[in-house]
Design a protein around this ligand. Structure first.
Ligand code: F6P
Length: 378
């Protein structure tokens, strides 16, 4: 019987983390289950640092707040953890220490709120005997097996508002306005916000772009008397035959994404200015997509996900990820989520092994964009 549970929030933050934490804790409280939160994701699990979420009333007044009241970590792969030993950097599998902490303090289930990397580690803990339940988080919307991740809707909404604002300044100054969005190796944010924000062009990682096609689209608009254009570029977009634009890299070992993408928006703006003769400006949206208050949609989705996760724990259905499948709340095995990336401690991110969900060419978003004449760069 489940009596004591803990939550960890891991990976880049999103709006909605707190709503999930609150829903898990409220459901736990109702069933007299103790509920704790590990501090800073898998780092807290390793250091055995956690707080009592129900006893401290920490979950009061957090539904609308961005960030995570228990922190999060973007650098912790405890299966290949970066440590300094006698001035030397070495990578160690410290997962057994985490397992010992969970057993020692008697947690019956750990909820892992995170994206593909987080759920990969959750699955690795599960095969080693830990009761885990995952909740799919990321603004990128690229977790396998679910229609949507929490945080994504807020990011799209922020990008759409930015596009509305860029529209008026583009029109006033007869400029091309480029908006670089986040999304890593998946173009969901760029494509959906391009549709919602009435953009003329959307460049996404799944469709390597030909800059001449973008120029054609802009010139077509000029012929119609429209001397401004709006171009959305996903940070992972790349030209045909070219590669992704990397801002910098870090070294936290395998299993976490060490690449910081960025810069393609500027690149596209410069090229368009040169090729069209129109002034072009880039705006890189950055971390505002992740911070601040969640949309009503994300508050509801996060609350549904959190409540479902705790109910799965009460039913003792572990090793699963809460999902939305064709609009219905459900769960799938974490094995399905990791796909062929079976090896314990294996890498996530933009690798052959990872199993992220990219925009497919037959998706409604692609079809809709094409149907209304948004140029996808091909
Ligand atoms: O995965 C979420 C995300 O915000 C991506 O869209 C972005 O590329 C990345 O995280 C940025 O990571 P960091 O927080 O490490 O800079």
């Amino acid at each position: 019987m489940v009596k004591k549970v803990a939550i960890l929030a891991n990976g880049g933050d999103v709006s909605g983390f707190n709503a999930v934490i609150r829903a898990i804790a409220l459901t736990a409280k109702k069933h007299n289950v103790e509920c704790y939160g590990f501090i800073d994701g898998y780092n807290g699990l390793l250091k055995n640092e956690y707080v009592d979420l129900i006893g401290t009333h920490m979950i009061s007044g957090i539904l609308h707040k961005g960030g995570s009241i228990i922190g999060s970590s973007t650098n912790a792969n405890v299966f290949n953890y970066k440590v300094n030993e006698n001035g030397q950097t070495v990578y160690k599998d410290l997962s057994q220490e985490c397992i010992d902490n969970i057993k020692k303090d008697g947690f019956d289930c750990v909820f892992t709120l995170g994206g593909d990397g987080t759920q990969k580690s959750a699955r690795d803990f599960f095969v080693r005997g830990v009761n885990v339940i995952g909740v799919p988080k990321t603004i990128d919307n690229d977790v396998a097996c679910t229609d949507i991740t929490f945080g994504y809707n807020t990011a799209v909404s922020v990008a759409t508002e930015a596009l509305d604002r860029l529209h008026t300044t583009a029109e006033t100054h007869h400029r091309i306005m480029v908006l670089e969005t986040m999304g890593r190796y998946a173009g969901w944010i760029a494509l959906e916000s391009a549709i919602a924000g009435g953009a003329d062009v959307a460049l996404i990682p799944e469709i390597p772009y030909d800059i001449d096609k973008v120029v054609d689209k802009i010139n077509e608009r000029r012929k119609e008397g429209k001397d401004f254009s709006i171009v959305v570029v996903s940070e992972g977009a790349m030209p045909k035959g070219g590669s992704i634009t990397v801002e910098n890299t870090r070294d936290n070992g395998a299993g976490v994404d060490n690449t910081k993408l960025g810069g393609v928006g500027n690149k596209v703006a410069h090229e368009l200015e040169k090729l069209t003769g129109l002034e072009a400006r880039n705006t890189t949206l950055g971390y505002v997509q992740r911070g601040g208050t969640p949309t009503a949609f994300d508050r509801t989705l996060s609350t549904k996900y959190g409540a479902k996760a705790m109910n799965l724990a009460l039913e003792e259905k572990f090793g699963r990820l809460v999902v939305l499948k064709n609009g219905v709340l459900d769960s799938v095995s974490l094995e399905d989520v990791v796909g062929n990336n079976k090896k314990i401690g294996a890498v996530s991110g933009n690798t052959e092994e990872s199993n992220i969900r990219k925009v497919s060419m037959d998706s409604d978003l692609v079809k809709t964009a094409r149907s209304i004449g948004i140029c996808l760069g091909d």
